[in-house]
Each structure stands twice: as C-alpha cells, then as structure tokens.
Ligand binder design. Structure first.
Ligand code: UD1
Length: 347
C-alpha cells in the first residue's frame, strides 16, 4: 500500500514525525511538503530534530492570500497525486495545506484520511474552522484525537467514518521526552521562575488593537516571559510599529525540543496556539489561553488550562491556581500513530 502524506506548516511536521515512522514500518509513504512554511526556523529545523524524512516533493508554494496560496497548492498536489497514484492521501490538522491536500485528492477520487479530525471552535471567522469543516466532510476516514471531537463528528453525521484513536501529539512528545534540556532557559538569559508565551492566531495578531492588548497582558505578568515570535506576528509588529514590553524576552521561532524544554520548566504558558495548550498539560505546566474559546476543552476540564481571552486580571488569577494532582489522559497513551496505520491497512 502507498500513502501520500501532505504537510506544510510547523505543527504538521511535529504531528507527521511519529505517524511517518509508524507508516514506514508497514507500508510505503510519499511525503509532500507544500512549502507553506519555508523559513529554516519554521520548517527545516523540525525535519532535522524530529527525524522526519526529507520530503519526496517540495511544492515551494510560500506565503500569499488564502485563495492564491491554496490554489497554488492544489495545482501542485494534483500533479503529484496523479503521478504517485497512492491508495490514500493523509492530511493533518486545519491549515490551508490540509484543505488543499483533501480537495486535490477527493477530486481525483483518492480517499482522504484526516488526522486530528472533529475539532470545532464554533467560530466561522477563523480560517482554520472553515478548513476543518470542509476537510472532515470530504474525508473517507476521520481520525479523532478526543471523545469531544468524536461527538462533533457524530453530530454532523460523520460518525460511521470516524475512529477515536487518540492524539498523535502525545506520540510526538513521548518520542522526544528523554531529550528535554533542563537548563534551556539560560540560553535566553532567563532563570526559573519564568513564563513562556506565543501569539500567532490571525484573530489576535492581524488586529493591532488586540495585539496591543496581548502585549499589555504580557507586560502585566509578574515574571519574565520568553516569547518566540512567529513571522506573522513579527510582520504585524513591524507594520504597527509595536515593541514587546520590558519583561518580555523576544526571540526568533525556536525548535520543538527547545520549546518543550522551556515549557516543561516554566511556571506557566500563555498562548493562542492549540497544540501548546495540550503540550503544557502533558508536561505538567499551567496554561492560560489567550483566546475566547478552545478546541481542547479537556485541558480545561482537567484543571490544566484557563481560557481568559485577553483579560489581564483573569490571566494573573489563572496563573495563581494550584496545579491539579494528576495529568490528563484525555489525549491517549501515545499509540495513536500505530492505531492510524492499522486502521488504514484494514481498509
Ligand atoms: C498557519 C495556519 C495556522 C497554524 C499556523 C502554525 C492556515 C490558515 N493557518 O498560520 O492554523 O496554527 O500555520 O504556525 O493555514 N511566514 C514567513 N515564513 C514562513 C511562514 C510564514 O515569513 O516560513 C509569514 C508570511 O508573512 C506569511 C505569514 O507568516 O504571510 C503567515 O503565514 P501562513 O502560513 O499564511 O499562516 P500562519 O499564520 O503561519
């Protein structure tokens, strides 16, 4: 059996690492990079560090408006899928690369498997929400990371095509956990206690008033905050002439291992990323989510995450809540990748 996997953005490199390893033990994989993320710090460093195989094809699509970017990916993927004639096309998450992979394959009658299916924020002004819904509805198999995601798929009439396999981000973290660096914060001139933050969601970053509020929130924190800055955020800061507050250590994007090492030793994480909410919970670090909602309610229900939007006072209060006694098991036990490969082989 031949599977063609489509990746393109930073979180997809992380998710694909354990899945690609599991796939290649039992079948053939062709790995296609759309080129959505292309800076070495957003792409190459993840392939090297995670041992993800070099892409068989790089479409080098780069940045652009949603339509232009997705169209360039569609055009490239159509040619590759035709030439490779895989039995399955595998797509991850909710980026424009996910949508392009799912559309190109389904138009060519090649069945699509969607990893991290069934997430919903209820907000259709989020580009990722549109991508999720569209991809789930054209995919042949939906691999749900949580029971909540399964519930969404069942409600949309997709239950028969869905399998609850757990979250491949647990698999990714388990593979690398023994390599975490305890004193990594020193590289950023910081010592514990400290906080880690990330901001990259279009809803926060492309709106100067919200970005300003987010920086004010970080500036009100009682500790130093290490902030690896996503290129989208760097661009928005330059456009608005905005600088980070004095307690914030602003760095370039950092690798997965460096980020996980920083988070593991941090007093708290402040973020609008989806993946980091889970990673913080899995590493036993409190998370404060800088959005009005979360796709990962399990992180909140288990007591590891507080959703505060950009409310400074609520963020301070959330950081003061004692940590829960137990880690969450809602995201599975690190065997999602194996379950995905087994399911594909059974079809
Ligand atoms: C994308 C995903 C988002 C995901 C995020 C992870 C979509 C709609 N959004 O958002 O769901 O959480 O990736 O990081 O697909 N840029 C660079 N170098 C790069 C990549 C991007 O400079 O290597 C800059 C460009 O100016 C670009 C901007 O960042 O226009 C945004 O990049 P894009 O890939 O369009 O969206 P992300 O914000 O990264």
């Amino acid at each position: 059996m031949k599977v063609l996997s489509v990746v393109g953005a930073r979180p997809q490199f992380i998710k694909a690492a354990p899945v690609s390893e599991a796939l290649r033990r039992r079948l053939d994989e062709v790995l296609v990079h759309t080129g959505q993320h292309y800076d070495p710090t957003m792409s190459a460093v993840f392939f090297d560090e995670l041992g993800l195989p070099h892409p068989d094809v790089d479409l080098e699509v780069g940045s652009g408006a949603h339509g232009a970017q997705t169209a360039a990916m569609l055009r490239g993927l159509e040619g590759v899928i035709r030439a490779e004639a895989p039995q399955w096309v595998l797509v991850y998450g909710d980026t424009n690369s996910t949508l392009a992979g799912a559309l190109a394959a389904s138009k060519l009658q090649v069945p699509v498997a969607h990893i991290e299916a069934g997430l919903r924020s209820g907000r259709e002004d989020m580009p990722e929400e549109l991508n999720r819904i569209l991809v789930d509805h054209v995919a042949r198999i939906l691999f749900a990371p949580t029971q909540t995601a399964m519930g969404h798929l069942q409600r949309e009439g997709l239950g028969d095509r869905s399998r609850h396999v757990g979250d491949v981000m647990v698999d990714a973290l388990r593979r690398l956990e023994h390599r975490l660096e305890p004193s990594v914060a020193r590289r950023f001139g910081v010592e514990a206690p400290y906080l880690v933050a990330t901001l990259h969601r279009a809803e926060n970053v492309d709106n100067p008033a919200r970005l300003q509020r987010a920086f004010e929130l970080l500036g009100a924190m009682p500790l130093r905050v290490v902030l690896p800055v996503h290129p989208r955020t760097r661009g928005a800061m330059a456009a608005a002439g905005m600088r980070t507050p004095p307690n914030v250590v602003d760095t370039e994007p950092i690798s997965y291992l460096t980020m996980m090492s920083l988070v593991a030793q941090a007093t708290g994480v402040l973020t609008d990323s989806g993946g980091l909410q889970k990673e913080a919970a899995l590493l036993g670090t409190r998370c404060v989510t800088l959005r009005p909602e979360t796709e990962w309610p399990e992180t909140v229900d288990s007591g590891w995450n507080s959703v505060v939007d950009l409310d400074k006072q609520a963020a301070l209060e959330a950081l003061a809540i004692p940590l829960p006694a137990q880690r969450t098991t809602a995201f599975g036990d690190g065997t999602a990748s194996e379950a995905i490969v087994t399911t594909l082989l059974e079809q």
